[in-house]
Design a protein around this ligand. Structure first.
Ligand SMILES: [Zn+2]
Ligand SMILES: [Zn+2]
Ligand SMILES: [Zn+2]
Length: 127
C-alpha cells in the first residue's frame, strides 16, 4: 500500500522499469533511477483490478473514471500530513476600527448636530 496518497484508486505502471506503483514517490523510494515521463499512461484499477490505457495529452473529465467499473480514480490526493488552515478574521477587525474613526470625525465636523444643540438651548431659555 502507498503511504503517500492514502486514497489511491489506481496503480500506474512506470514506463521505465515496467513495475506497478501507486505514485511517483513510491517509485522514487523503491528504484534508484528517475521516473520516466510517458504520454501513454497504463493504469490498474484497485477496485476491479483491470488494466486500461490513457493518453496523458488528451485526458478529459470522462477519463477520470475506470472504463471497466466507473471507479472515479482521479481524486484530490489525501496525504498523511494535515493541511494548514489560514483564517481571514483579521480583515473584519480592521474594518471595525476604520468605522470608529469615521464616527469620531463626523461628530467634530457635523453641522446638523450643532443645529440640534442650539434648538435645545433655546427651549431651555424659553421654559
Ligand atoms: Zn522506473
Ligand atoms: Zn506512494
Ligand atoms: Zn475499475
Amino acid at each position: 500500500m502507498c503511504k503517500h496518497i492514502l486514497n489511491a484508486q489506481v496503480s500506474i505502471r512506470s514506463p521505465c522499469c515496467r513495475k506497478w506503483f501507486d505514485c511517483a514517490d513510491c517509485h522514487h523510494e523503491q528504484e534508484s533511477h528517475p521516473l520516466k515521463q510517458s504520454l501513454e499512461l497504463i493504469f490498474a484499477c484497485k477496485k476491479c483490478r483491470k488494466c486500461f490505457r490513457k493518453d496523458a495529452q488528451e485526458f478529459e473529465d470522462a477519463d477520470e473514471y475506470c472504463p471497466h467499473c466507473d471507479n472515479h480514480f482521479v481524486l484530490e490526493a489525501v496525504v498523511p500530513k494535515p493541511a494548514l488552515k489560514v483564517e481571514g478574521e483579521d480583515a473584519r477587525v480592521d474594518n471595525r476600527m476604520l468605522k470608529d474613526d469615521r464616527i469620531k470625525d463626523g461628530k467634530q465636523g457635523g453641522e446638523g448636530m450643532r443645529t440640534v444643540f442650539d434648538i435645545d438651548k433655546d427651549a431651555d431659555r424659553l421654559g
